[in-house]
Design a protein around this ligand. Structure first.
Ligand code: BDR
Ligand code: CA
Length: 322
């Protein structure tokens, strides 16, 4: 039976690739997309989710709007660096028409809580933006915190951050939320820069999507080329764009793609290291570890899976169950 999955996205170019990866995976049943903020405002993220789902032929998948700003703030504005990397519209200025479908009336947080109540161990939640929706669900429902299986993209344990020497972008959006999630969640897997910056895509691969000459293939190639060009400016030593968010989905499908370090995590919320993901010294001797951090990745195998799965979607053949 296919594993149920909810993607919590701030769409975002690599979020769009994560969505395509999920839709190209027959092991997965994508039961909904919850929108968060980060690369874009939450409402723009939800718009992109709906538009991409329609483009990929899966407008049957519902989209829920989440929290619009961090727990400790009363508003949110897109950072200049986010707009530079993902474009003002979040999808690299790729022109994808608005979807016919609308967002759901139910809130993202209520949908998350209800889904964990209903599906328990059959469900995995993959957040790839600010973790405010997930923390809010945990604060409202201790059962959610207890039972949810979470594989998130964010953080940096063994390498520096990408918005400061300490902080990775998703954690930096809402360090209090991320801290709440890693302290209260019982099964949390962190896919951070330690591994995602080892997995890179180049124009060679996007050329293959473009060659399909389909609306989905062209949009994926246009958006990703924008992203690669931005990476060439901010991190030319890498030689490609980081496949952050799709790697988190890939690990939700197949954890053997990464080497996991069991650890009790915390996030610094004060001082110059605000946003740092690190071991919680107060739980160092607790034999029960509530988090696993990916510290190694099978790069070639992941890239093959990514090209196979996103290739299906780019050809117009999304296969995820429903
Ligand atoms: C993360 O930040 C966002 O810009 C990307 O979509 C990804 O989720 C990488 O640090
Ligand atoms: Ca993201």
């Amino acid at each position: 039976m296919a594993k149920k999955i909810i993607l919590d996205l701030d769409t975002g170019i690599d979020d769009a690739l994560a969505l395509a990866y999920a839709l190209g995976s027959e092991e997965l049943d994508l039961i909904g997309v919850t929108a968060t903020y980060g690369n874009v405002l939450v409402e723009d993220g939800a718009r992109n989710d709906l538009a991409l789902l329609e483009l990929f032929g899966r407008s049957d998948i519902p989209v829920f709007v989440g929290e619009s700003h961090a727990l400790s703030r009363d508003g949110f504005e897109v950072l200049e660096i986010s707009a530079f990397i993902h474009g003002k519209n979040g999808i690299g200025e790729a022109q994808i028409p608005d979807a016919q479908a609308n967002v759901q009336e139910q809130s993202a947080v209520d949908f998350l809580i209800e889904s964990v109540e209903r599906y328990g161990d059959e469900l995995v939640i993959v957040p790839t933006g600010a973790m405010t929706n997930i923390a809010t669900a945990m604060q409202r429902s201790p059962e959610f915190a207890e039972r949810a299986h979470i594989v998130f993209m964010g953080g940096a344990l063994t390498v520096p951050g990408n918005v400061s020497p300490w902080a990775e972008a998703n954690i930096n959006q809402d360090p209090e939320a991320a801290d709440y999630v890693v302290r209260h969640g019982k099964d949390v897997t962190m896919i951070g820069l330690d591994v995602t910056l080892q997995t890179l895509l180049t124009y060679e691969e996007t050329k293959q999507w473009r060659a399909f000459d389909t609306p989905a293939g062209t949009a994926l190639a246009d958006a990703t080329d924008f992203y690669i060009t931005a990476y060439d400016t901010v991190a030319p030593h890498l030689g490609g764009c980081g496949l952050h968010d799709p790697l988190a989905v890939a690990v939700a499908v197949d954890p053997s793609l990464v080497d996991l370090l069991p650890i009790n995590l915390k996030v610094d919320t004060e001082g110059p290291t605000r946003g740092r993901t690190i071991g919680d010294e107060t739980r160092l001797n607790d034999p029960q570890k509530t988090a696993n951090v990916a510290v190694g990745v099978q790069v070639e195998r992941f890239l093959e899976e990514l090209m196979k799965r996103i290739g299906r979607v780019a050809r117009g053949e999304a296969v995820a169950a429903r």
